[in-house]
Design a binder for this molecule. Sequence first.
Ligand SMILES: [Zn+2]
Length: 280
Amino acid sequence: MRRQFVAALMVLSLSSWACAQGISYTLLGQTLIDARLKLFSRNDSERETTLRKMFSDAGCADHLSEPAVKHVKQPNLVCILPGTSAEAILVGAHFDHIDAGDGVVDNWSGAALLPTLYEGLRSKPVRHTFIFIAFTGEEKGELGSASYVNGMSKDEVALSRAMVNMDTLGLGPPEVWLSHADPNLARALAGVANAMKLPFRAVNVEQVGSTDSEQFARRKIPSITIHSLTQETLPVLHSRRDQISAVRLNDYYDSYRLVAAYLTYLDRVMSEPAPAAPAK
Ligand SMILES: [Zn+2]
């Protein structure tokens, strides 16, 4: 079984766009992505335990820390993938949820992808240091992300080249919260989605809510949030309709594919020296 699985990975990773960019990335199969989505729990402590195991199984046991957060029972979970440079790319998603529903869409959909994205990236050397953070206490007012950001030193902030946040995936094709995104990060994301021929659009959500990337933007760290909310699907949020049945699995898998390619692309392009200004 294992051998066959690896073979499948290779075929997936060499899409024409990736070839054109000289980029290869590793994707896990949809069956596994769906299976990890189905590991959700209605209990945040169980979600914490499941995530810790998923990070460990993915190979992050030695680089996993659990900083406590005031006023929240569960800690943040932080998994680091060291790169050849100290410059960092942060990848985040909150794992807590509102009790009205099962919190599969908001936000087990994002949290469950963190160990998987780590697993894909660790198969090859990376240039940036990737920091994967499963935030606690987002529904209580972004307590986990605020705590993490407040704890960052000036140097750590300066070394943070990008923060990519995932919140509420799978309701439909992936979207960007454009009005609150760093323009360069948004342009790169649109470019990757376009090259992968994935349906992609901008939907601004400041009228309906907020999310963890806002805490990073507060300290001027270039940030972006990927979500899937629309006017039509908004009623699912924080309601008993937030169940596994609300997730469109193919759109969810596309969202995963997009983020996996995007992180690999950012790792590459953000480490390349800026092109020299044309001689006057
Ligand atoms: Zn959320």
